[in-house]
Every structure is written in structure tokens, then in C-alpha cells.
Write a protein that binds this ligand. Sequence first.
Ligand SMILES: CSC[C@H]1O[C@H](OP(=O)(O)O)[C@H](O)[C@@H]1O
Length: 356
Amino acid sequence: MRDRLLAAENVKAIDWRDGALYLLDQRVLPSQESWVACRTVEAVADAIRCMLVRGAPAIGICAAYGLVLAARERIAQGGDWQAAWEEDYALLAHTRPTASNLFWALQRMRDRLDRLKKHADPLAVLEAEAIAIHESDREANFVMAQLGVERIRKHQGNAQAFLTHGNTGALATGGVGTALGVIRAAFLEGLVEQVYVNETRPWLQGSRLTAWELAGDGIPVTVNADSAGAHILKTKGVTWVIVGADCIAANGDVVSKIGTYQLAVCAMHHGVRFMVVAPSSTLDLMMATGDDVALEARDPGELLEVMGQRLKVDAINPVFDVTPADLIDVIVTEKGVVERPDTAKLARLMCRKRLH
Ligand SMILES: CSC[C@H]1O[C@H](OP(=O)(O)O)[C@H](O)[C@@H]1O
């Protein structure tokens, strides 16, 4: 499966080359494919904050490269460069509050610096670590795709309909994607009849990004309004809802794109299986439950522009919600699969080595 997915890989959104970070601008997709070069840590922080790059694993990868750019500048300035580098670390850590992968990647970079040998070149070591974070996310995607498709096949061996929410594909990760990686693998195995994609208001990660990725792969995709989700589950023979995650708490609660929770309630009501696909870097065992996770709210203005007019009412714009563990059938990570997640099962999973 790895080789087949590798051959089918056709979207890359993060490119580290010649000492700069190049990002495919997700704010203007699918109408424009425009690349932006980030040469400073401030540029990377801005790109994450304004969602030029988005998706939990992708944010973590970019933050790691951001710390490389920060180190280059701070070392050139001389003096106590590590103290100044910590300010850059804080800048990146405050770009978005919810995705665990961001904090995980930053911490991994700091740990690497702490373990630096006496005569080692800190810039070279940090660059190698950021590349390793990027590459291991790509490999994790392949493993999760394989594990997820095995789980699908275990229940039903013929082509079926899936529903997904948000964007969890190549644009959101370092590889073929988390939930979308599983759907891509299922397609290669002849298990996909149709993929329904919630448009994912207000930012439209579903209709702008996921539909673009799936159509580009020739995978049958149909976009629906988020409010049609329950109706689709009831009438279209959907066998699995497959989503990604921004943070998974110790008890298996899943923080993901706003609207995921209501989808899980509807899936449970209609007997549709619910799969969450995320690398182990998304699990944060310091969060006892999903209620401990900081949920981002973005500008209410995103909801108030209607037909070129600004509505003059109040609005709230929470962009993540918490799906309780008991609504989740299976969590797929690169370390293995957990059915009916709970604290003990997830703690055991995190002690395992990666499967690649
Ligand atoms: C595999 S990406 C996980 C996650 O990230 C997305 O959030 P955003 O678009 O706001 O960065 C979305 O929730 C995806 O499910």
C-alpha cells in the first residue's frame, strides 16, 4: 500500500528548500495555486495565524521549520542566542491554540537542542530535526492509511460510501493525509463508491480543499452543506464517517473541526461507524478530557459577510468542538488502532513503538 500511495501522491503543500519554507497558500485554493516563501520566523508565525497553512500536523511541521529560521537569525546576531530563540518559540506557540501537534513539534525541537553535543552545529542539528519531523509525519500517514483500510475491510469488503469533514489530506499534513489518507487507500483498494464531503463552514475546508484533493485523485466526491450531514447518513448508505483530529485527550475525547461532534451524534443514531485518524503527535495525555483543551474561536466576521453585506448582529465562531470518546468506534494512529477508546487503552498505545 505504501508504494501505491507513494505513486498516487500528487499534492505537496510544504517545501523546505534553499533555507526557506515554501507554502502553498490555502486561503486562495482551489482557484489559485500560489506559493509563498517564508524566510523568517515571523513570516512562518503569520502564515500559521492567518491559515495560509493549516491542519494540525502541517502546522507542527511548519513551526519546526520556523525554529530553524529563528536559530539562523539568532545565531547570526551573536550573544545569548538561545534566550532570544526562546522568544521565537513563544511566538510560534501562540499562533493557534488547539492543535497538539504544534506544541509537540516545538517541544521536540527544544529537546533536540537540549541534547546537543559539545561541538555540534546547532543550526544543522535543528534543520535535520525539522526535516525528520516532516518525514516521519509523511511515513505515519502511510501506516495509518494501511491500518484504516484494514479496519474498513474487516467490516465490509465491497465499495461503499464515506462521509468526511474538514480537510485532513495532503494540505493538512506532511503526506497523503490522515482521514483522507485512509480514504485514498480505500479508493486504491476498490472500497470507495462515493465520498460525501461536508463543506465545513465557515472556512470551507471541505468544499475548497478536500473536494479539490479528492477530485484531483479521480475519487468520486460529492459536496454537501454541513446541515445535510444527518440526512446523508440516513439516506445515502454511508458506512463510515472518517475524520481527523487536532487534539486527542487522555480519555479518548477528540477535539476536531467544528461540526465533528454533531456528526458523531448523528452517526451513532444511524448506526454509522465513526473513525478518527491522527498521528500519535495529536494525542496529549496531559489533557485528561477534551474539556481541558483550549478551543480556538476565530473572527465572528467570517460569519457575517452575506451577499457582500455585513450583517449587524452578534455572532460566535468557535472553530473546534469536542467529540466524547463514547461516540467513537476507532482511533487510528501510526502506533496502532484503538477500538472504543478509553484512558487505559490510549496510555498503552502511547507506550508502543511506531509501526514503521
Ligand atoms: C489532519 S488535520 C486535523 C485538523 O486540522 C484542521 O483544522 P484547521 O483547518 O482549522 O487547521 C481540521 O480540524 C482537521 O481535521
